[in-house]
Design a protein around this ligand. Structure first.
Ligand code: BDR
Ligand code: CA
Length: 312
């Protein structure tokens, strides 16, 4: 089983992504690190603890990370999408576990340095913690076997501004450091997440499986309502769960190796990921950029795995 760390800001789709990892025997979730993002750090850390507890896995340590972005404060959080407390207005029972006393980067560095086999890291929030790891513990960052990032967009524009996707826009300087590093990175952006819609019928299937599935469906309801009101769609885009699927089953998305430049200017393009499609050789920092996905298969996998949580 591949050791896995999830760096996250739960977040409705983050919660689903964590549950998906717990339902997947290919990976061994060893650590959850939290980062400011959808809502503030204290709340996302509490949410991560509660989601793990929901699945009976309060043994997985949760270490709190960056409270804010590296250079410029994040302009806006996403409480209007995820609910003010981040989990779609659902109040999960508190976990008996407390956060790990170590800061996220310390916990992550220690785990990476101690692991005899390569660790996969799924980063599904702003990239602040990963940038800090690169700056403070470069020797540990080098040990990451695979980094799967939910963020950015190669050709679909943005979701939070015309140019930028939320996670990259929340800390563009951090994203520039990560995409400019030699960590083997896959970028799972809006090009593949937006077409991957979890239909209400799929949600109903895992809701019927038992109490965990039912709670996951309740958390999703706010997202379903937001998608219907904002985009007129009958189903939801669970960005982070697709990134986790790629972390669990490499090759879920088709990628092309390209250099990715992040716009860190303060203008209208801030947070945009500029994917270099020129016919030049990619640099050592090039990223595996997701361009295509079999959305139906990915959604089926997610529904099947979530329904399994109540069985095993
Ligand atoms: C990303 O933004 C957040 O709101 C979601 O959790 C996801 O990580 C999608 O743009
Ligand atoms: Ca997220």
């Amino acid at each position: 089983r591949t050791p896995l760390v999830i760096d996250t800001d739960p977040g409705i789709d983050d919660a689903l992504a964590i549950l998906l990892a717990l339902a997947s025997p290919e990976v061994d979730l060893r650590l959850v690190t939290t980062v400011h993002g959808n809502v503030g750090l204290g709340q996302v850390t509490e949410n991560a603890l509660r989601v793990l507890h929901l699945a009976g896995r309060s043994d997985v340590p949760v270490a709190a990370g960056a409270r804010s972005s590296l250079v410029h404060p994040q302009p806006e959080r996403a409480g209007h999408v995820h609910g003010e407390a981040g989990l779609g207005g659902v109040e999960l029972p508190p976990s008996p576990a407390a956060p790990d006393p170590r800061p996220a980067v310390v916990a992550l560095a220690e785990l990476l340095l101690a692991s005899p086999i390569p660790v996969t890291v799924a980063a599904i929030g702003p990239l602040t913690n990963l940038a800090l790891l690169l700056a403070v513990y470069p020797e540990a960052a080098e040990r990451i076997g695979r980094l799967v990032v939910m963020g950015g967009s190669a050709g679909r524009g943005g979701n939070v501004t015309a140019a930028a996707e939320f996670n990259i826009w929340s800390d563009p300087e951090a994203a520039a450091a990560v995409f400019g590093s030699t960590i083997p990175t896959a970028m799972v952006g809006l090009d593949v997440t937006l077409p991957t819609v979890l239909p209400e019928e799929g949600i109903a299937r895992f809701a019927a499986a038992g109490p965990i599935g039912r709670t996951a469906a309740a958390i999703l309801q706010q997202y379903v309502d937001h998608a219907r009101d904002a985009y007129g769609t009958a189903g939801v885009v669970v960005h982070d769960a697709l990134a986790l699927t790629e972390a669990i089953c490499p090759g879920t998305v088709d990628t092309v190796r390209r250099d990715v430049v992040v716009d860190t200017t303060l203008g209208a393009g801030r947070g945009q990921t500029l994917v270099d499609r020129r016919a030049v050789s990619p640099s050592a920092a090039a990223v595996q950029v997701a361009e295509e996905v079999d959305s139906e298969a990915a959604v089926e996998f997610l529904v099947w795995r979530l329904a399994r949580l109540d069985v095993v």
